[in-house]
Design a protein around this ligand. Structure first.
Ligand code: MEV
Length: 446
């Protein structure tokens, strides 16, 4: 039976109740669900032995919150999204925006083939044009050699696809060639296989060019491995207490316009996108630094840094019954894998993949793009209406109430007073808590 990610009141459940719901989503048997509940209860999911095999000089493990974003529909499929992040409001923002997008059919996504680029830097070439021609003529030999380094990926229909040669006429050390190996990584992120292939190719590249190969490393500007997401939000969904949906949509488009033309705003706008992107990348054990590097380099591809997303207003089409709507789109490099590295080793990364039920790296990339677009919508909608602090304040107030000693059944009442008074301080929370408790003890005596 199709399940709905629209879980009303998920926010108000206890962590234990939420754990049971997501364990059922991620599991195919009661035993597996029970094991998943235990894994989630372990607050980090990583044993010291596992951590010790991942990096060097391990002394422990460092836990971050794992939250679940609800309401996502991606290509017609309901998805619960795991997000690892330390910042309040991000999970709530993604869930809220996914609910808005859901009203317009959710997110429509696609991904290109998983093609990564490996670079070889060739120096001391006497005739750049002749060397480039030799590489072109020797392409088949190069591709065959690259493929011989990883028969497994070749058997999975991946492997070396093409050789591209770029001539750099001038640099701080003079002219050089850069040889790009285009490599289909299938469901892996691919850094290891691309680096291995580049290192194996270097002697042959030297033979063909008469030059010296220096660097042999993949490029994080993975602009042949893109993920795209699009959503159409009916304007009536955007209405707030003080503003009609039409006005909110126009203001969101205005907010986007500044990011489109101003790098100062684009950096913050894209940071909002990456709040969502990175959180899912982290939850699945992928390399978020690689994704960050690729995203920001891609945002600069025109020569000036700009928004990764676009937002526009459409009046709709009365002939089809489509009403006015806000249309968003996002495109960015998405070099993520579902096999290898921490994705395989970290039990919570495995849980995250099972929860989203993704069968390919491309499927994961598409969900991540949808989350990035949702996160962007949540941020610019808040900025263009009530401002970002109101939403933050409610969550912050809950944290302050807890810090002041409020028990879980007291947190909502204390934080409501703090928000109403706009005094999000521990000393005030303590006063409110004391008043609440004295009121309760009086009423229990009467
Ligand atoms: C904060 O983490 C992210 C935002 O600054 C994004 C934005 O301004 O669009 C709210």
């Amino acid at each position: 039976m199709a399940r709905s990610s629209r879980i009303s009141g998920f926010y108000n459940l206890t962590p234990a109740e939420r754990r049971r719901i997501v364990a059922d989503w991620a599991s195919t048997s009661p035993d597996q669900a029970a094991a998943t509940v235990e894994l989630l209860r372990s607050l980090g999911g990583l044993s010291l032995e596992q951590a010790d095999k991942m990096v060097e000089n391990v002394v422990g493990a460092y836990a971050l919150p794992l939250g679940i974003a609800t309401n996502f529909v991606v290509n017609g499929r309901d998805v619960l999204v795991p997000m690892v992040i330390e910042e309040p409001s991000v999970v709530a923002g993604a869930s809220f925006a996914a609910r808005l997008a859901r009203a317009g059919g959710g997110f429509h996504t696609e991904a290109t083939e998983p093609l990564m680029i490996g670079q070889m830097q060739v120096l001391e070439v006497t005739d750049l044009a002749q060397a480039a021609a030799n590489l072109e003529a020797g392409k088949k030999r190069l591709l065959d050699l690259a493929n011989s380094t990883d028969p497994v990926i070749v058997s999975l229909h991946g492997g070396a696809r093409d050789i591209e040669v770029r001539t750099i006429a001038a640099s701080p050390v003079g002219p050089m060639l850069v040889v790009h190996l285009i490599y289909d990584c299938r469901d892996a992120m691919g850094a290891n296989m691309v680096n291995t292939a580049c290192e194996a190719l270097a002697p042959l590249v030297e033979e063909m060019t008469g030059g010296r190969v220096n660097l042999r490393i993949l490029s994080n500007l993975a602009d042949k491995r893109l993920a795209r997401a699009r959503c159409v939000v009916p304007v009536k969904e955007l209405a707030t207490e003080d503003m009609d949906g039409e006005t909110v949509a126009q203001r969101i488009v205005e907010a986007y316009a500044l990011a489109a033309v101003d790098p100062y705003r684009a950096a913050t706008h894209n940071k909002g996108i990456m709040n969502g992107v990175d959180a899912v990348v982290m939850a699945t054990g992928n390399d978020w630094r690689a994704i960050e590097a690729g995203a920001h380099a891609y945002a600069s591809r025109s020569g000036s840094y700009t928004s990764l997303s676009t937002w526009s207003y459409t009046v709709g089409d009365p002939t089809t019954g489509a009403g006015p709507a806000l249309v968003g789109s996002l495109e960015l490099p998405m070099a993520v894998g579902i096999v290898g590295g921490a994705t395989r080793v970290h039990p919570l990364a495995q849980f995250s993949l099972q929860l989203m039920d993704v069968a390919s790296a491309a499927g994961l990339a598409e969900i991540i793009a949808a989350v990035g677009l949702a996160q962007n919508l949540a941020a610019i909608r808040a900025l263009a209406t009530e401002g970002i602090q109101k939403g933050h304040m409610a969550l912050h107030a809950r944290q302050i109430a807890t810090a002041a000693g409020a028990a879980s059944h007291e947190v909502d009442a204390v934080s409501a007073v703090l928000v109403a008074e706009r005094k999000i301080r521990v000393d005030r929370a303590q006063e409110v808590l004391a008043q609440l408790r004295s009121g309760e003890s009086q009423s229990s005596r009467t």
